[in-house]
Design a protein around this ligand. Sequence first.
Ligand SMILES: Cc1cc2nc3c(=O)[nH]c(=O)nc-3n(C[C@H](O)[C@H](O)[C@H](O)COP(=O)(O)OP(=O)(O)OC[C@H]3O[C@@H](n4cnc5c(N)ncnc54)[C@H](O)[C@@H]3O)c2cc1C
Ligand code: FES
Length: 364
Amino acid sequence: MVISLLAVAVTVGIFLGLTVMLLAAEKRLVDYGICTLSINEGSVVFEQLGGITLLSTLYENKVFIPSACGGKGSCGYCKITLISGGGPILPTETPYMTRTEIKSGVRLACQVKLKENVEIRIPEELLEVKEYKSVVSLVRDLTYDIKELNFDLISPEEIKHRPGQYVQIMAPSPDGHVFRAYSISSPVYEKNKVQLMVRLVPGGIASTYLHGLKEGDEVIFTGPFGEFKLNEDPEANVVLVGGGAGMAPMANIIYTIYHQWPDRKCHLFFGCRTTKDIFYFENFETLSKKHPNFKFTYALSDPLSEDEKWDGDTGFIHLSLDKLLPVTHKRQAFLCGPPPMIEAVIEILKDKKYRDEEIFYDKF
Ligand SMILES: Cc1cc2nc3c(=O)[nH]c(=O)nc-3n(C[C@H](O)[C@H](O)[C@H](O)COP(=O)(O)OP(=O)(O)OC[C@H]3O[C@@H](n4cnc5c(N)ncnc54)[C@H](O)[C@@H]3O)c2cc1C
Ligand code: FES
């Protein structure tokens, strides 16, 4: 038994060693020369020394596409459509693709290398995404592990975004910089600042960097990104469901809505484990007094003995949603939080006959 385990370990070791050597050899020996990358039927064309990924090629030429995991191949956000060149789809890409996407040539830009001339298609709005230089103007604690960070824009001086969109922060790491996605919590009418709510992930590169920032520090980010599209029809009811730092896009959507449509119906459901995770409660009490069509429900999933004074909902937030969500015809739902919460909420919304196009979500 021990010998066969040893044999497996040795074989795996040799295989990994050979793979590393082959990759290193490819880097040193293979010269792909200058290749062209053509975007959207030649509306933008770059020339680039081959051998790096399409994601890096795009970034080097200031075309910014979503890449929430920073190119690790673990988020599936960096989708582009390959028209020609680029080789066959890789096993690292297929887990993120539907059959239709595979048939249509959708690929992950961080996995495809520029080894020949390549033509791709991306949504036109991504060509509008910019790189921003900003300065930290205010940092404050929202809870024991979530900080609110405010950035004043230096250049460009203004950002145009839709409620619920996110930016990608550039954070330093021992292997160069990395990008991570953070939803914008400031409303869309505040055009010369960006506010984020960041939860500290122990040992996490970007969240540790962001939690260590102080007023006056300069920060680079790209954006805006994201598929959230708020219905402009004020008759459409909005339901928001979030947990933890998932409050960020919710706050943006809520304050944007009540700035534009004071009587619009909107209900926020926010899941917390204990009262220590509660924040923005007083802000929403004030808002709901001014706008009676704004409702909000917080629920504690794991109340502690010291939470005995809590007289709100308890249990998982999708159960509060199931109990309180009214039947409406024009409606939209925006969800942000951990994957199990999103999945449970989608199930409830499907039971209540929400269609796919009425549900928007970001899992994090
Ligand atoms: C569209 C989108 C919007 C987002 N918006 C926000 C936001 O508004 N606020 C916010 O705080 N975060 C947000 N995130 C998550 C954020 O992008 C990072 O993934 C998170 O901050 C961790 O990055 P890191 O560099 O600190 O950790 P990493 O260095 O990437 O990871 C360190 C370790 O922690 C694990 N890990 C990574 N993420 C998590 C997690 N969320 N929980 C537990 N373990 C984790 C990793 O597997 C790894 O083992 C968003 C993500 C997406 C996709
Ligand atoms: S950047 Fe995350 S999968 Fe490509």
